[in-house]
Design a protein around this ligand. Sequence first.
Ligand SMILES: [Zn+2]
Length: 489
Amino acid sequence: MRWHLAMAVLIAQQAAAGHSMAWPNGAHAAIVLTYDDAVSSQLDNAIPALDSAGLKGTFFLSNVRQADVERWKAVAASGHELANHTLNHPCLAGTFEMPPRQQLEHYTPESVLQEVGQQNVLLTALDGRQEHGFAVPCGQTLAGGRDYLEPLRRSKLVTYSRSVDETDDDLQRDPSSLDLMRLPGRGFTSPAGAAQLIEFAEKAAKAGGLAVYVFHGVGGDYLSVTALDHSRFVDWLAAHRQTYWVATMRDVVGWIAERSGRTAVPRNEKPDRAVAPVKAAGGPIVTVESGKLKGVAETGASPIRIFRGIPFAAPPVADLRWREPQPAVPWSGIRQATEFGSRCMQQPLFSDMMFRSAAVSEDCLYLNVWTPAKLDGAPHRKLPVLVYVYGGGFMAGDSSEKRYDGAALAKRGIVVVTMNYRLGVFGFFAHPELTASSPHHASGNYGLLDQVAALAWVKRNIGAFGGDPGHITIGGGAGSPGRLGKAAR
Ligand SMILES: [Zn+2]
């Protein structure tokens, strides 16, 4: 009976939306935050705001400054999307002040495509990826009087193209009917404030649609919104993450393509995380509850497969800080699982702790799997599983520590898992107000709940790695209570 009611509500919601394409986790709308022209105020203001809210944006780069190269690399490595906006940003004469050679009248479709191809080379150098999306500079596609968008589509140089003309009607459109080479986008500049930014998202939620924001300067440069309006809006999105799926354009395009059965453009086989794409090219693929993962294969006398940085819970940031861990956000396409996730917030307390994770971050709920299983078809037998919980007195430690590396045990026939859990004040802060706002009427045990969530994840998903969910052993150092075995059952 309950099921019928739930279905009825779902169907009613879809009818209200006018189409049947659903967003991940039952979100009412998909939101993409895009930033054009590679201006420095985005690095100074927009990215810190996104990072503190745990959200990812899409950055269309043109005219990249030498001084910003390392910062853009870091932006890509932390999960934001870098995309193509041509090398020199050609627009029609009179749109803004520019030298004649950058006026679109002096281009041909061929020379625009040549620039796009050259910008792809730069982007690959920055993010290690082979495929990139595109945004049309100034929304103008007449190069020397001829339209370049169709030649660009045929060239397959880019996986999608975004424009700058999204209307309220576009919010009503069935996302599966969108032409990926004519994706919408709506520009926002001051005096549009946080209220206008929020209003556009709310309209999208009502229609079940896709809202694509286009920003230029954020608290600086030109065509700007204020840094305060931007960060208020971003924080508001983070506080309403049940309603809004905020994702990169790459992820949204992947989601749409998968659900509408398209494959030609985009070929969204590239991972979410911009790391070591070459190494993972032939990596093993498994499907877990939130999506597909591609790991690395280690060959030799006892070959094993390694999957690193698997999210077992949502990033515990913004309104999820000091809350029990929430389910991981599903992804589309194949997520790269070749590098360790960030370690949880901590001071360098113990000199014998050698971390292999790239950074420290509140966004740290990741685990790693080492398995000897071949993963090519049905497993012959289920292998025993060891879950190892690092020590460090609840103040330090990381699943990337070399001494917990699972390779040696995996080579002896065991599936090994190491997991992160929140530490210090982020994992164990107790306060009467937190207790009052908790459904469990408790606070201060977030790090332990992370361990329980990881164990429950292992129980549900380890079969995909050849492990036996009925045969899990838990081990660990100081910081891994023996009672966890009971909690996970
Ligand atoms: Zn632009």
